[in-house]
Design a protein around this ligand. Structure first.
Ligand code: ADP
Ligand code: MG
Length: 231
């Protein structure tokens, strides 16, 4: 493989499997999945509920470990990282957004976006400045002092996007990010994910059960069925 091509690979999965439970019949949530994602790609992982999409995404996010196989992201082989190094990886290399936004309810929009920078031990003045800029970029300049309960679903998801991108990750992982939104708000959110991926030349992996959305959003669709990747 040419050096340049290798450099452009952000995610590489090799024969990744995950089973749950040590009973006689464990659940095989993910079975021998292999694929690569390159810089600038928007990849949709499409499959029905229960097909293993979230399990796969959580392993790539470093939240869970495969039973078998290798996951390499941004040059890091996740299975070889210590818990502390996994924490660094999660803070520095990946951003994650969820269907349920997962904002901290008692923190304002600004304070939510500041959070990853607190973990990264950046100073207060810098944090506030960077968080303000990020929230302005996602169109929330006038909502920075609001708590999540005072924001619409679309606004909460934009806060979550700003938070996910604040440490400039190489990879953005999105698990059904528009599942709770009406179609026009969903399209705005997808457009901002598209713009981010294309402008920053990072990669986005989006999980969905919605075929139309998968094709509209992505540059490539991976189909998942019963834990396996098909076509
Ligand atoms: P999807 O995101 O595509 O809906 P999931 O990855 O959530 O699918 O689940 C895949 C399969 O693994 C399902 O059969 C689910 O019940 C099972 N599963 C997921 N998480 C766990 C867990 N923590 N313990 C046991 N089984 C699980
Ligand atoms: Mg899921």
């Amino acid at each position: 493989m040419a050096h340049d091509e290798k450099h452009n690979i952000i995610v590489e999965l090799t024969d990744v499997s995950k089973s749950y439970g040590k009973l006689q019949t464990p659940v095989e949530a993910v079975r021998e999945v292999s694929f690569v994602v390159r810089r600038g790609e928007r990849v949709a992982l499409l499959g029905k509920s229960g097909s293993g999409k979230s399990t796969l995404l959580n392993m790539i996010a470093g939240l869970d470990r495969p039973t078998n196989g290798r996951i390499c992201v941004a040059g890091k082989l996740l299975s070889e990282l210590s818990p502390a190094a996994i924490a660094d990886y999660r803070r520095e290399n990946v951003g994650m957004i969820y269907q349920a936004y997962n904002l901290v309810p008692w923190r304002t929009a600004l304070q939510n976006v500041e959070l990853p920078m607190i973990f990264a031990r950046r100073g207060k003045a810098e944090r506030v400045e960077v968080a303000r800029t990020a929230l302005t970029t996602v169109g929330l300049a006038k909502r920075m002092g609001h708590r999540p309960s005072e924001l619409s679903g679309g606004e909460q998801q934009r806060v979550a996007i700003a938070r996910a991108l604040i440490n400039s990750p190489e990879l953005l992982l999105a698990d059904e990010p528009t599942g709770n939104l009406d179609s026009s708000t969903a399209e705005e959110i997808l457009e901002s994910l598209r713009r981010f991926t294309d402008d920053s030349q990072t990669a986005t992996l989006l999980v969905t059960h919605d075929e139309e959305l998968a094709y509209r959003f992505s540059t490539r669709v991976l189909h998942m069925q019963d834990g396996r990747l098909g076509s």
